[in-house]
Ligand binder design. Sequence first.
Ligand SMILES: Nc1ncnc2c1ncn2[C@@H]1O[C@H](COP(=O)(O)OP(=O)(O)OP(=O)(O)O)[C@@H](O)[C@H]1O
Length: 307
Amino acid sequence: MASFFIRRNSNVLARALTGNYKEPFCPHFQFKFECFGGALNRVHSYSRSSGSMRNDITDLTCPHTWYPQARRKRRRVFLHVGPTNSGKTHQALKQLQSSASGIYCGPLRLLAWEVAKRLNKANVPCDLITGQEREEVEGANHKAVTVEMADVSADYKCAVIDEIQMLGCTTRGYSFTRALLGIAADELHLCGDPAAVPLIQEILDVTGDEIEVQYYERLSPLVPMKFPLRSLSDVKNGDCIVTFSRRDIYKLKKRIEREGKHLCSVVYGSLPPETRTRQDCRQACSMMQVASWMFLWPVMPLEWVSI
Ligand SMILES: Nc1ncnc2c1ncn2[C@@H]1O[C@H](COP(=O)(O)OP(=O)(O)OP(=O)(O)O)[C@@H](O)[C@H]1O
């Protein structure tokens, strides 16, 4: 957007920057430029004005210094890495559960919802905070949140950031970086893909936190079938079928149920968490969109089926 604006107005901008912007000049642009210039001046003078203000807030090169509360701690960071379904999050959640206070940050509402449910069930009162809902539990010192909702002004004994490799995500990576740099916790558990280790180590070199990497192995094998499934009548109890669209999910469900041997559960991205967990996963067969297949292993230990 900014580059488009600058490209479209480069001549005008050049004149404006050299102070020669009085004549043929679009009033709309002039107004914007003056506002922008005014704002910059205000920010700059603000950043230079106060003796107590140590950071220049126009300097974006040292984001770790934006979180003094986290920097005052020497955090113990545990990096749990391994393939999916290897128990990384399970291990981190055990630490969270046994801590006096804590926060779980995940990329999805369903994950936050599952963690809140797990902690509350274990008599550890836990709030659920996502972009859509805020469920506060009396006496809670724990929070399960979607990563954008992480509170970096509070102090925690333990924090978990799940799917930390999403630091590299072009649209949501900033929230993971903010949580990684900003959460003020004595113990910080990061769960994710081993590919993220070098980047995280580099970031944490700057913050001066203590880091320990723990590698995990897959708990149950993921084995593709040697032969394609020839007919839907060969679908067995406990199988899971992954499709590419919601329409296909319902089409296949209908076809399988028409055979009369099985009932199907249905899971896909936009189903609310409550509805997803209400789906009876012990039924013959479950289906979900590829976009949501990451939920396959945590919730359903099913045999893999390819068509
Ligand atoms: N030691 C364990 N005892 C009992 N259940 C476990 C144990 N470790 C993992 N599980 C269960 O196995 C499932 C997968 O574990 P978990 O979610 O921790 O894996 P993960 O490696 O974090 O996977 P992902 O990368 O997909 O998030 C969960 O249902 C979890 O409760």
